[in-house]
Design a protein around this ligand. Structure first.
Ligand code: NZQ
Ligand code: ZN
Length: 391
């Protein structure tokens, strides 16, 4: 196990009716003038936004609001939010929605206290200072409710990049699984896929003797394997929703990733797809991961064989461990398809002729010089081959 520091200060409120505590939570963490930030309208239609406002009013907390965050959130609304916060002297940002809303909130929170262009943070500068952010989560997926990360797409060139820093870890996150019962099945499945991707990105490590985190990841993958189909079959299954929601947080607040190197090549390769085609991040990952895994499998066959046996129930072929490894990848891909996720470029809405553009955007610009690195380092030719495997 490698040396690490781990700081996870988020206060979690988990369970039914948690949103009614929004006002007391904001107060507890020092907010007096709040920006309520939300997406394309699901929180308006469900009545959640009204309940949150009522909770703030009950505590005498002033607020202003900014809706309209799109999935794969854009820089334009971030700039708008920064200006609004400065004008209204906002001191706390409350994200009500999914990963896109939370990430846009984090970007605004960092941008308000920064003299330069907030995009600097998305080019490798660590976020050291930000307004406090609280979240009320409506989809189990990105894990942004407990993570120090934010992913934004710059509209001028559709560059999708991440920024990071403990300063943007939410002060509190309200997780009410019942709020996720209104999700369309496709979004539930995309969320399940993203959660499993966050686990695989950490499982694919070059560190040795990381038994505790290996076992934690496997436990969470087994949970997703059990609960995912139950939620797709019965969207109102509160208990399954609850297990998935907590697994989504555990998968990405990095408690399963400490002390080990991590991959993130699948995420980087996928981000170009959701940037160019505006597809759901989880759907893009469903197409990306099997291709990446098959391409890099040889780097450490036993890692893939281990997850195949421990999670996917494959029998170990000691003479040909590559057979077991591949069986595990195929079982994972078939699982994602059974949830309703796309299998290839065509089903995702991607085009083979765009591969050179995808590779160029992936490997160049914003600090990248022809390669991306993780479990293995991939150059442009590797990335081209991987995108071709998805066609
Ligand atoms: O915008 P509204 O109207 O709210 O609709 C959303 C949106 O269309 C809808 N939705 C959310 N909750 C709902 C609901 N519809 C009905 N009922 C509900 N309860 O679902 C759609 C997707 O929402 P979005 O916020 O985009 O989903 P997700 O949480 O998957 O976030 C995706 C974004 O997070 C980034 C992704 O790249 C993508 O941009 N990621 C962020 C990470 C982080 N900050 O740590 C890590 C991840 O790997 C990921 O990259
Ligand atoms: Zn993800």
């Amino acid at each position: 196990m490698e040396n690490f520091t781990f700081y996870s200060p988020t206060y979690f409120v988990f369970g039914k009716d948690g949103e009614n505590k929004a006002g007391s939570m904001v107060k507890r963490f020092g907010g007096s003038k709040v920006l309520i930030h939300y997406g394309g309208g699901s929180v308006v239609r469900s009545g959640l936004l009204d309940r949150v406002k009522a909770s703030l009013k009950a505590e005498g907390i002033e607020f202003t609001e900014l809706g309209g965050v799109k999935p794969n959130p854009r820089s334009g609304l971030v700039y708008e939010g920064i200006e609004l916060c400065k004008k209204e002297q906002v001191d706390f940002i409350l994200a009500v929605g999914g990963g896109s809303t939370i990430d846009s909130s984090k970007a605004i929170a960092a941008g308000v206290l920064y003299d330069g262009d907030f995009w600097d943070y998305y080019c490798g500068r660590t976020i050291e200072e930000a307004l406090p952010v609280g979240t009320i989560l409506t989809i189990a997926a990105a894990g942004s409710e407990g993570s120090p990360d934010s992913v934004i797409t710059r509209e001028s060139d559709m560059m999708k990049r991440g920024a990071s820093g403990d300063a943007i870890r939410p002060r509190f996150s309200i997780l009410n699984p019942a709020l996720t019962q209104t999700l369309p099945p496709f979004q539930s499945a995309a969320g399940i896929t993203d959660i499993m991707a966050h686990l695989y990105e950490r499982y694919l490590t070059n560190s040795v003797d990381v038994e505790v985190t290996d076992r934690m990841i496997e436990a969470l993958l087994l949970t997703m394997k059990h609960e995912g189909p139950r939620v797709i079959a019965d969207p109102d299954n509160y208990e399954a929703r609850a297990n998935i929601m907590w697994a989504g947080m555990m998968a990405h607040n990095n408690s399963c990733g400490v002390g080990r190197s991590q991959d993130w090549n699948s995420h980087n390769i996928e981000h170009e797809l959701s940037a160019l085609y505006d597809c759901a991040h989880g759907a893009g990952l469903a197409v990306t991961m099997p291709a990446v895994f098959k391409y890099v499998m040889k780097h450490n066959i036993m890692r893939f064989a281990q997850v195949a046996v421990r999670v996917w129930g494959c029998s170990m072929d000691f003479e040909h461990p590559e057979v077991t490894a591949l069986e595990g990848i195929n079982a994972f891909a078939a699982f994602l398809t059974s949830l309703g996720m796309p299998r290839n470029f065509e089903e995702l809405g991607a085009k083979e002729e765009d591969i050179p553009v995808l590779v160029e955007n992936l490997c160049c610009g914003n600090g990248r010089e022809g390669t991306i690195s993780g479990f293995v380092t991939l150059n442009k030719e590797d990335c081209t081959n991987i995108y071709r495997m998805m066609v």
